[in-house]
Design a protein around this ligand. Structure first.
Ligand SMILES: [Mn+2]
Length: 349
């Protein structure tokens, strides 16, 4: 077995998609600095594990810290093989996450050599776990964890967290549109957060981002998003099933499920064609590639049980599933309504 004492560098692998992944990576960065370890960053999303975990076998004597990523079961072998090789070359694995893990995936990580650490806690976001495990005495890491918690639990009580969420969306959508490298695009934000916490990107006095161009882009993005969400609401499809109001909307390009879910949970946003819509008991968003998002407006609905009918899962209050590529939104709606009618699992009686 390789020695664990020779660790001389750190590899940070985190989620590219949201503020929790970003803040987790920033906390790991601060940990690397504190320990004086040379450090690399990789960001990924589900579907991209292959690219990242095939590269970890190139590392030696490196502490590999993975944050805010659950196991992508489809890529389990790639992940296991990559990490096994890295570990045989003196690496050590620390995986900090808050998603659902299967017993098989847990075993794949905990059975690695060199005393792997797998910390899964569903009550916290990943940045909070990273803060507690790696940097418990660091006020900047604590602040980053608080910011991440506010967005990950969709509390939206911290304006800096809202801005950071939108800034990250602007940067991500911009890079995806131009087919640019996501890490390159996100890196300046990550570096600023790692070095100076939220104040590295945000001026608390003027309540604006330091980067004036990004500030402008965020303002524009918010305006456009508002227009797009109005349009999505106008195209809504409602049906009462088992006494619950089920609403399906299409997600416009550049809008996230959380954006739309939050917007449509507010009665004041639901003025449609002069009439007032009720907040739906179950809101289902249909993404461009047929991905389904489930949010609820009443506790008499179980989003995870509804999502399960569409090859998905999640929490009672928020879940995700899949319908598949589609052309006709009406066909998707009819099928979803049918499937929900045939099951009572998602309704609390
Ligand atoms: Mn997260």
């Amino acid at each position: 077995m390789a020695s664990v004492n020779k660790i001389d560098s750190l590899l940070s692998i985190s989620h590219d998609k949201d503020v929790d992944g970003l803040c987790s990576a920033a906390i790991v960065w601060r940990y690397a600095e504190k320990k004086g370890l040379k450090h690399d960053v990789m960001l990924t999303d589900y579907g991209g594990f292959n690219q990242v975990f095939s590269k970890v076998s190139l590392y030696r004597n490196t502490l590999i810290i993975i944050t805010d990523l659950g196991m992508d079961e489809a890529e389990l072998d790639t992940v296991k093989n990559g990490l096994s090789r890295a570990v045989a070359q003196g690496c050590r694995v620390v995986w900090l996450d808050h998603h659902q893990w299967s017993p098989r995936s847990i075993k794949a990580i905990t059975s690695l050599e060199n005393k792997p650490i797998l910390r899964i806690n569903h009550d916290h976001c990943a940045a909070e776990i990273a803060f507690k495990v790696l940097m418990p005495k660091d006020p900047i890491s604590e602040e980053l964890a608080t910011i991440a918690h506010d967005t990950d639990f969709n509390l939206r009580q911290i304006e800096a967290a809202n801005i950071l969420t939108d800034a990250l969306s602007v940067v991500r959508f911009g890079a995806l549109d131009k087919k640019e490298d996501l890490l390159d695009a996100i890196f300046p934000l990550l570096e600023a957060l790692a070095k100076n916490g939220i104040n590295g990107v945000w001026n608390p006095e003027s309540q604006t981002l330091h980067d004036p161009l990004l500030s402008k882009k965020v303002a524009h993005y918010r305006k456009e998003r508002h227009k797009k969400m109005r349009k999505a609401i106008a195209g809504h499809n409602d049906m009462e099933i088992h006494g619950k109001l089920v609403r399906i909307v299409e997600i416009p390009h550049g809008v996230t499920t959380t954006d739309l879910g939050t917007y449509m949970a507010e009665p004041k946003n639901l003025n449609n064609d002069g009439g007032n819509l009720k907040v739906a008991d179950l809101l289902i968003t249909v993404g461009p590639s047929g991905k389904l998002g489930f949010r609820r407006g009443s506790e008499e609905v179980l989003c995870n049980a509804a999502a399960k009918l569409f090859n998905g899962g999640g929490h009672p209050f928020a879940a995700g599933g899949e319908w598949g590529m589609y052309e006709d939104f009406q066909v998707v709606c009819t099928d979803i309504f049918n499937t929900l009618s045939e099951s009572h699992d998602w309704v609390v009686s």
